[in-house]
Structures are given as C-alpha cells and as structure tokens.
Design a binder for this molecule. Structure first.
Ligand code: SF4
Ligand code: SF4
Length: 381
C-alpha cells in the first residue's frame, strides 16, 4: 500500500429513509463526492448483501433504506445507468429484493437478475484464475459494494472484502467452497475477485449489525454506524477495532493486505467523522472506540494470527465443526440439499423423521449449511 486509506464513520441511529440518505450523502461527501468514484457514462451495479430472502428485521441483508439511499443519491446526481442486485446462495435476486420491498424503478434503477452465469477468465489471479460471475457483473463498468456488518462462521466477520462473493453466480458459490476449502485460501480467492472487478466504493450498513451465530442465524445488535471507504481492508479493519477484534485474526484482512487490495496497518488508516458542528474530525483508534465501539459484541476473538497460515489454517479449520440443535431443526433438508461436497457431508439417516447427521470425515467446514438453515439450528463448535 502507498499512502493512507481513509475510512469515514458516521452515527446513524435508525433506518428512517431521510436519516440514512443524509448520512450516506455526508459519508460519500467526506470521501470527495460520488463523482470521484463513478462517472455518468458508466454502467453501475450497486451490490448489497442478499444472503438469501430474509426479512429486514433479522439483519441478514443490507437494509433496504441503505440501498434506496444509494440509488437516490445516484439518481439525484444524474446517474441513469444503474442496476442493483446480488446473487443469493439460495433463491433469486428478485425474490430477495421483493421481500425487502425493492423492485424495478426505484430511483430509476433496475433490479439485476443475477441468474445467468458468465465465464470470466482471470489468469492474473493469485489463487483463482477463473470465475463464473452473474452476467450483470461482467456488464458493469463500476461496482458499489453495500455490505452488512455481521459475524461469519468461516472468516469471523463478513464485511467489505467478503461481500463480493455474491458476484459469483448462484450455485457456483458452493463449488468455490470445495476449490478453496479453508479460511485462508478462501480469503485469497476473495482478494482475486476484488482484483478482477475492482469495486470503486465500499459502504457498510452497521446501523443494526449481526453478532453471534452469523451470517444468517445470529442476533441483531445496534451499532448505530455507517462506514465508507474505497479500501475494503481498511474498512473491515475499522469494523474490527469497533468490536475489539484483532484485525489480523480475520483472514480476509490478513490476506487482503498480503495480496495488496488494502491495508490493516494502523499507521496507514485515517478514520474521519463529523463533529457536532458538521466539520470533518480525524479520530484516533482510542477515540473511535470510545465514541462508537462495543467491546461486548459477540464474535470469535480467540486464536493466534499465525494459525491462519498454511497447514495451521487447515488444522484450525478441522478442529471446528457444524453441529445441529435437534430441538430447533425442522427437518427441512436445506442443509442436505446445499452441501457442496460430492455425495454430501450431511444426510438424513432415518428419512426425514430425525434431524440430519454429519459425516465429519467428508465435511470441509465451509458452513454453507449453517448459512442457509432457515431454523437457525446449526452452530459452529
Ligand atoms: S456439512 Fe456443512 S460445513 Fe460441512 S461441507 Fe457440507 S455444507 Fe459445508
Ligand atoms: S437446514 Fe436446519 S432445519 Fe433444515 S434439516 Fe438442516 S439443520 Fe434441520
């Protein structure tokens, strides 16, 4: 990295559309304005987190107020070639958008279908040399990344770096977990996606975040912030500082820095907010935490950064495992149907009368089953 990465943090205490819009406009303004990132001739894809169709109150997806605020800002500024969408792990982009009350025509933007996969060779990739992106990704000139502040079973947190995995089309995501089967190599693959598509701007919805058993079965928690940066690693690092998590324990940060898509070094990150008079104010890490932090945020903090590397990462991965809470399981079979391992690492032993059982000798600990379980019945142990 050369120079300093700026991360803007602004207080926003609820999802009223006007409040979110003003916060978003101020945040992008502190980074130099939207014209710094995209021009009006470009096809723009606004990419939220639609992990799967989920009610906004559960904090699984980027909140619709944040998506609308981004579309409104682009519309107000005269951008006319705008789509928004994500390729969910289950279901369609349109159905996930509809659950959030989003449809074609909001501030002139169209819902991106995101269901057709297009080959995208990437020979310069460090770890991944080829992707199957949703067609709209390959048609976009510029991507704006609207990520959600959540915990994650595989990578501890999901934020700006991880959110780009939704650009990979539908079921191809499951195959990616088999090809990149531990947290470190998976993180390296994510850095290749960043290099391939170079999102211009990253905005994090941390107004209501998710802690605990994320990214879909955790608990909503008020963090009351939005973050803005053109450096995804710096943005996720500031998120870690807010929750007292060592940024280097997060593979997407550690590998993001190693692979050159951003920085997690404190001396290379400038955190900026607005003071009470509406002037830009630079915050030290300590002031940032005192003003916005939450030391009780429920996230995995144990471990040693060295455990992320090579063999240690594989061992650490194998030591954890998904487990099913039999009292919650509704025997729906979603986990069985979506396990990416050939032949399945989780199956029904006794028809659908009992919960499924794991074959841990086959399980690669990708946690797709935990992400997709509709009954919040699967935990990482
Ligand atoms: S059982 Fe779950 S964690 Fe294991 S490989 Fe299958 S989906 Fe991934
Ligand atoms: S997805 Fe969840 S609820 Fe459905 S069978 Fe698997 S563990 Fe049970």
């Amino acid at each position: 990295m050369n120079g300093v990465s700026k991360v803007v943090i602004l207080r926003c205490t609820d999802y009223s559309e006007e409040k979110v819009y003003n916060t978003l406009r101020n945040g992008i303004g502190l980074l130099g304005g939207i014209e710094r990132f995209v021009n009006r001739k470009e096809n723009i894809l606004v990419k939220p987190n639609f992990l799967h169709s989920s009610d906004q109150s559960k904090a699984v997806t980027t909140h619709p107020s944040v998506i609308k605020a981004m579309l409104r800002l682009l519309d107000d500024a005269g951008y006319r070639k705008v789509k928004f969408g994500d390729s969910p792990a289950m279901g369609s982009c349109r159905s996930a958008a509809a659950v959030l009350g989003l449809e074609d025509g909001i501030y002139g933007a169209a819902v991106a279908d995101m269901s057709e996969a297009v080959d995208f060779p990437f020979p310069e990739g460090t770890t991944a040399k080829h992707f199957r992106f949703a067609k709209e990704v390959t048609e976009a000139d510029a991507i704006i990344n609207l990520c959600k502040m959540k915990t994650h079973a595989l990578e501890r947190i999901t934020g700006a770096v991880k959110n780009v995995y939704g650009l990979v089309c539908g079921a191809n995501k499951a195959a990616g977990h088999v090809s990149f089967p531990n947290a470190t190599v998976f993180a390296r693959m994510l850095t290749d996606i960043h290099k391939a598509v170079r999102p211009r701007l990253h905005i994090m919805d941390g107004i209501i975040a998710m802690e605990g058993n994320g990214p879909s079965s955790g608990d909503p928690v008020e963090m009351d912030v939005m973050l803005f940066s053109d450096d995804p690693v710096a943005l996720d690092t500031v998120y870690c500082w807010l929750i007292s998590l060592d940024p280097l324990l997060v593979p997407t940060n550690e590998q993001g820095q190693v692979c050159g898509i951003g920085t997690c070094r404190e001396d290379e990150i400038e955190v900026v907010t607005l003071d009470q008079e509406g002037h830009a104010e630079v915050l030290s890490r300590k002031d940032l935490f005192n003003r916005f932090g939450n030391a009780d945020f429920n996230v995995a903090r144990k471990g040693n950064p060295k455990s992320l590397l090579g063999t240690f990462s594989r061992i650490a991965t194998k030591l954890s495992r998904p487990v099913i809470d039999k009292t919650r399981c509704i025997h729906c079979g979603v986990c069985v149907d979506h396990c990416p391992v050939t032949g399945g690492a989780v199956h029904f032993d006794n028809g659908k009368d009992s919960p499924p059982v794991y074959d841990y000798s086959k399980c690669i600990r990708c946690y797709c089953c935990q992400e997709l379980c509709p009954a919040q019945a699967i935990r990482k142990r």
